[in-house]
Design a protein around this ligand. Structure first.
Ligand code: ADP
Ligand code: MG
Length: 683
C-alpha cells in the first residue's frame, strides 16, 4: 500500500464507503491518516459497577448474564441485557435497535459507556455505547478519538478504518524530519505520532504526538515559503530598471526623505535593477511615509517605459492614493487613472482603454484591477497597499497581468517578526522605522470613566477651535451583561452632555458600504464634528483636522489595534490626543493600556501585544493570506513556531537547498508540495 493510493484500496472500503469518505475530503490513504480527531474522550478509566453512582456517566467492563430480551410497546422495541462485573449488576437498555437482540453473546465481556440512573430500584444504563473486550479496543477502555462525521459515516466505522489502515501502513509512513533534528527538538517519530494522535496510549504520548505534528506542519510551511522566495530568484526573469534620474521626482517632493525611507528605497531600487523580479514587503508604521516611497518607485517604472498598478483594499483608500499620485505626477505629464467598480460603465470603458493602450501610466484601483478585461500594455510594477487584506492569490493575479513585474507590498500593520515570517515568509522585507521630522507625538492618556465629562468638554473646546474628534466604541450590539458601550446608545446619550449641539456622525460595521462612505466623506469635508464609530475606521481614512481620539472600553482592544486607532489622529498641524477610557485600573489590562501611554512605536507594541495576548489579534479576524493549518494553532503553538523559525534560519544559512545527505528526506517531502491556487499549501 502506498500513501497516495486511493481509499478504495483499503480492505472493507468499496464504492459506497469511498463516496462517504470523499464527502469529508478523504481521497487518499494519506488523507485518511491525516484526518485528525476534533476531540477525544477519556474512556481509559473503568469503574466497578459497585462504585457507579446514579445520574453519572461511566465506562464499565461487564459480562452479559442472561439471554438478551426484547420487549415491544406499540411501535417501540426495547432490548434489555442484564450485565454484571462480579462486583455489581445493572440493566442496559436500548430503544428501537431490535438487531441488538442477537448481538450480545451470553457470558461474553463488553465495555459499556453511558449514563446510569436508578429505575424501579435498579441501576439502569440507557443506550450505552458498547464494544466487546478484545486485546486492542478502539472504542473503549482507552482515550478514544472523535472525528467530524457525515451522515452514514459514524465514529465507530471511522475509528475502525483509521486504526486498520494505520497498522497496515506502518511501512509506508515516511519519516522526513532528520534524526538529528528530532533529537535536538525532542520530537516523536512520525509513525508513533500518527498512532498516538488517533489512539493515544496516554496523555503524555498524546502531547508528544501533537507537538511532533505541529512542528512538522509549521516546518514544512516555513520551508515552503522560503523555497518560493528562493525559487523566484532562481527561475524568473524580471525587467531590470535603470534609475539614474530619480532625482527629478525627489526634487518635486515637498520634503526630504527620512533615513528610513532612503534605506527602504535603496533596497527597493537594488531589487528593481536586478534581473529577477522584486518581491518585497515595505512595512512601516502609519505615517512613516510609505506612499512617497511608492511614488518614487512608480516614477522609476515610468522612466523605464513601464506601467505601475497600485491596488488598495477599499474605495476610500484607492481614491486617497489617486489624489496623492495625481497631484505629484499630473504637473509633469504622467497620467494617473483611478479604476473602481462604482464607476459608470462609459467611464470604466475609457479608463480600461487607456490602461490597454499605455496612455495611463499609473493605474490606481481596488479589486477591480484584477478582474478579467483589465489589460495592461506594459505592466512593470505592482504595488499593493495594506496587503494583509488581500490574499496571496490576489497579489499573484494582479502580477500575472504583466511579465514577471516587480512587486511591492505595503503594510502599515506592524507585525511581530515571528508572525511576519509566516504571513510574509515568501517576501524580502524592508522596514521604515523612522518618522518624518517634526511629527508631533500624540499625547496619550489612560483614565477611568469618571473623567468622561471633562473629556467631553475638552472635545468641545477643540471643536470650537475648528478641529474634529473620533469616539470609538467596541461593539454595536447593546449588551447589558458586559456593559459594553454600544455606539448607537452611546450616540443617543451624548444628547445629555455638552456635546449635544455639535454635529455628530455614526459609522459601524452593520452599515452598507455606501452609507459608511457617505458619513466618512462628510467627516473628512468637515461637515461632521464628532465621528462615533466602531473599529471600521481603523484602516485608511486621513482627516488632518481630527485631533482627538477617544476610545471607550479600551480594555477590549489589543495593543496593535489601539495603535492603529491612535494613528487616525496626529495627521495634521494640530497637537493631537488619544484618550483611553477604562475602569480596569489593575492587572494585565491596565498594564497593556499603560504600555500605550508610554510607547509610540508600532513594532515595539506589536511585540508586546504578542507577549500579552498571543497572535489572535493578527490572525483572529484577519485570516486572509494565511494558509490553512491542519493541526497547528498559532494561539497555542507560538513557542513551537519560534523553534521552527530558528531551525529554518539555520537550515537556510547552512544548507539553503537542502542538498546535504542528512537533509535529503526533508527536501523530498518539500518536493511533494506545491502552492495551491488559494495560496494555501496543498498536496
Ligand atoms: P503611510 O506610511 O502611513 O502610508 P504616508 O505615506 O501617507 O504614510 O505619509 C504620511 C504623511 O507624511 C503624508 O502627509 C506625507 O506627505 C508625509 N511625509 C512622508 N514622507 C515625509 C518626509 N520624509 N518628511 C515629511 N513628511 C513626509
Ligand atoms: Mg498609507
Amino acid at each position: 500500500m502506498e500513501i497516495y493510493d486511493l481509499v478504495d484500496s483499503i480492505k472493507n472500503v468499496g464504492e459506497k464507503r469511498k463516496k462517504l469518505l470523499n464527502k469529508v475530503g478523504i481521497y487518499t490513504i494519506k488523507d485518511l491518516l491525516e484526518y485528525l480527531p476534533r476531540d477525544y474522550e477519556d474512556r481509559s478509566v473503568i469503574t466497578p459497577l459497585s462504585e457507579v453512582k446514579p445520574e453519572g456517566e461511566y465506562t464499565v467492563k461487564a459480562r452479559v448474564m442472561s439471554g438478551t430480551e426484547m420487549l415491544r410497546k406499540g411501535r417501540f422495541t426495547i432490548v434489555r441485557a442484564h450485565i454484571s462485573d462480579g462486583d455489581g449488576q445493572a440493566v442496559a437498555v436500548w430503544f428501537n435497535q431490535p438487531y441488538l437482540k442477537n448481538f450480545f453473546r451470553k457470558g461474553s465481556e463488553y465495555y459499556f459507556t453511558g449514563s446510569f440512573s436508578l429505575r424501579n430500584g435498579r441501576l439502569t444504563l440507557a443506550s450505552p455505547d458498547y464494544e466487546e473486550v478484545k486485546e486492542d479496543n478502539i472504542n473503549s477502555g482507552r482515550i478514544i478519538p472523535k472525528y467530524h462525521l457525515t451522515k452514514d459515516l459514524g465514529q465507530k466505522l471511522l475509528r475502525k478504518l483509521i486504526s486498520e489502515t494505520l497498522t497496515q501502513c506502518v511501512p509506508c509512513i515516511k519519516e522526513f524530519i532528520p534524526e538529528y533534528i528530532r533529537r535536538e527538538y525532542s520530537l516523536a517519530g512520525r509513525t508513533e505520532a500518527l498512532f498516538n494522535i488517533h489512539f493515544p496510549e496516554s496523555r503524555e504520548k498524546f502531547f508528544a504526538a501533537r507537538r511532533r505534528l505541529v512542528f512538522e506542519e509549521l516546518l514544512i510551511l516555513q520551508l515552503e515559503l522560503l523555497r518560493i522566495k528562493g525559487e523566484i530568484k532562481r527561475t524568473k526573469t524580471g525587467i531590470p530598471f535603470k534609475f539614474s534620474d530619480a532625482d527629478a521626482i525627489l526634487d518635486r517632493l515637498p520634503f526630504r526623505l527620512t533615513e528610513g525611507q532612503e534605506e527602504a528605497l535603496s533596497e527597493i531600487t537594488e531589487d528593481m535593477s536586478g534581473e529577477y523580479p522584486m518581491n518585497r514587503l515595505l512595512q512601516g508604521d502609519v505615517g512613516s511615509g510609505k506612499t512617497a516611497v511608492a511614488q518614487i518607485c512608480a516614477y522609476i517604472a515610468y522612466t523605464n517605459g513601464a506601467q505601475t498598478a497600485v491596488m488598495a483594499p477599499t474605495d476610500v483608500l484607492a481614491t486617497q492614493h489617486y489624489y496623492t499620485f495625481s497631484e505629484l505626477f499630473g504637473r509633469i505629464g504622467i497620467e494617473t487613472v483611478l479604476l473602481k467598480s462604482s464607476l459608470a460603465p462609459k467611464e470604466k470603458k475609457k479608463i480600461k482603454e487607456m490602461i490597454k493602450d499605455g496612455s495611463a501610466h499609473i493605474v490606481i484601483g481596488t479589486h477591480a484591477l484584477i478582474q478579467n478585461g483589465v489589460e495592461f500594455k506594459e505592466l512593470g510594477l505592482v504595488i499593493t497597499d495594506e496587503q494583509h487584506r488581500f490574499g496571496v492569490n490576489q497579489r499573484k493575479k494582479l502580477a500575472s497581468k504583466g511579465k514577471n513585474p516587480h512587486t511591492l507590498v505595503m503594510s502599515a500593520t506592524p507585525i511581530p517578526r515571528t508572525l511576519g515570517l509566516i504571513l510574509y515568509g515568501d517576501l524580502d522585507i524592508s522596514t521604515i522605522r523612522t518618522m518624518p521630522a517634526g511629527r508631533k507625538k500624540i499625547d496619550t492618556s489612560f483614565v477611568d470613566s469618571s473623567y468622561r465629562d471633562r473629556i467631553y468638554r475638552f472635545i468641545l473646546k477643540n471643536i470650537n477651535e475648528g478641529k474634529q474628534a473620533y469616539i470609538v466604541c467596541p461593539s454595536i450590539e447593546e449588551n447589558s451583561k458586559t456593559e459594553l458601550a454600544s455606539v448607537k446608545k452611546y450616540a443617543l446619550e451624548l444628547e445629555n452632555t455638552c456635546l449635544r449641539n455639535v454635529r455628530r456622525g455614526l459609522v459601524h460595521g452593520k452599515m452598507k458600504s455606501e452609507e459608511k462612505q457617505l458619513v466618512m466623506k462628510e467627516f473628512s469635508e468637515g461637515n461632521i464634528d464628532v465621528l462615533i464609530a466602531t473599529t471600521v475606521i481603523e484602516v485608511g481614512i486621513n482627516v488632518p483636522r481630527a485631533n482627538v481620539m477617544l476610545i471607550e472600553n479600551a480594555e477590549r482592544f489589543g495593543l496593535s489595534q489601539l495603535h492603529q486607532l491612535r494613528g487616525r489622529v496626529g495627521r495634521g498641524e494640530y497637537k493631537s490626543y488619544c484618550i483611553l477610557v477604562s475602569d480596569k485600573k489593575q492587572g494585565e489590562t491596565a498594564e497593556r493600556l499603560r504600555t500605550m501611554v508610554n510607547n509610540s512605536d508600532g513594532f515595539d507594541l506589536s511585540e508586546k501585544d504578542l507577549e500579552l495576548r498571543g497572535p489572535g489579534d493578527f490572525f483572529g479576524t484577519r485570516q486572509h493570506g494565511l494558509p490553512e493549518l491542519k493541526i497547528a494553532n498559532l494561539y497555542r503553538d507560538i513557542d513551537i513556531l519560534k523553534e521552527v523559525q530558528a531551525l529554518c534560519e539555520r537550515l537556510y544559512a547552512e544548507d539553503r537547498f537542502l542538498e546535504r545527505e542528512e537533509n535529503r528526506p526533508l527536501k523530498e517531502r518539500l518536493d511533494e508540495f506545491f502552492v495551491g491556487d488559494d495560496g494555501g499549501l496543498t498536496v
